[in-house]
Design a protein around this ligand. Sequence first.
Ligand code: NAD
Ligand code: UGA
Length: 347
Amino acid sequence: MKYSFKDPTVSIAIVGAGGFIGSHLLDALIERTSWRILAVDLDFYRLQHRLHHPRIEFLCDDLKKESVVSRIASYPIVINLAAICVPSRYMREAKEVIESNYNHPVALALACAKSGAWLIHFSTSEVYGKTSIEPCLLEEDSSPMILGSVRASRWSYACAKQLTERYIASLQGLSWTVLRPFNFVGPRMDFIPGIDGEGIPRVLANFCAALLKNEPLFLVDQGVSRRSFTSIHDAIHFIFAVLVHQEESLGQAFNIGNPENELSIAELADRMRQIYASLKQVSIDQVSPVQLISSKEYYGEGYEDSLRRIPSIEKAKRLLGYVPNEALDVTLQETLSWFIEHYRLAL
Ligand code: NAD
Ligand code: UGA
């Protein structure tokens, strides 16, 4: 089936629509399509600017409810973004993390198999697990997925996402596509602790918060881990590539990432300090310093890390004609500028 973006009879359900990725996706669907949208989330504070849009129906409810699941599965296309996905919670709330990343999506997958909906499920680059520091391109259909011990509950999220992927792939009659994001970054990501959330945000949001509050940027275990950061704009572009290539996407898992944007967390901290100094027109010595901290002290017992993650994007190129093109420095500057502007009155 080929869906036309201009066809007003097409409808789509977005679960987790109020989150970082969901709010950008909703904006893009409104701007680039004529589709009707069911937006589901526990809250919609990031979507205040869309609350009265005639093509969006907002359902402020919980995916754990059967009635919510069957309502969502009645749409022909379902994108599931709902999850607990902040690492600081993987250790303290492992049970909730597993329910959110396994039990709830599996119930949705079963309902979609029954209704015939196309389920586009958001997994994670963390399914590749406890990767080493050796450079190695992670390939969707051949790279191993090795996790740490059961005692190290950091892996609760990765393990639940892995099992959900395996369940989805094994489900007879389900039309599915699985997407594995590699550290998306951009405006609206996460929160600032004490202002609009609690806990430890993902690294770029946490560095932006530290710079704005004039507090140290914490480098966990010397900041030697490496990540390939992906602009939220490239990510949205990727989701649209999937939506226009349903036939090529069915029954496939795809990395969404940018191998050009790989760097260590210590390098990320340096770049962010430089960008902040230049945006604020101050010298680098006036900018928050970095501070080393052990993972045990920062995240507590049960934390382990994935040391390096570089996505192969060959499959996405081959099947969807997709290539990312946002340069990292532009994305970092855009994100920090958004934080400065958005939290101007709160800080
Ligand atoms: P986010 O936390 O900003 O958004 C998730 C949204 O899901 C939140 O708004 C939350 O309220 C909602 N939600 C959680 N549980 C729910 C429930 N039971 N019922 C209804 N809504 C619920 O996260 P995000 O960064 O937008 O990530 C979206 C998805 O992509 C997640 O599945 C995540 O695991 C995956 N992912 C994201 C990244 C990334 O870099 N952002 C990387 C890898 C994977
Ligand atoms: C994240 C989360 O698990 C998910 O949001 C997502 O599924 C996954 O990335 C992904 O993209 O697939 P991770 O990259 O470890 O995992 O999360 P961050 O909190 O952004 O941490 C990245 C690195 O920075 C880690 O090595 C962490 O120890 C380090 N870090 C984090 C710091 O050095 N300082 C901080 O203040 C925060």
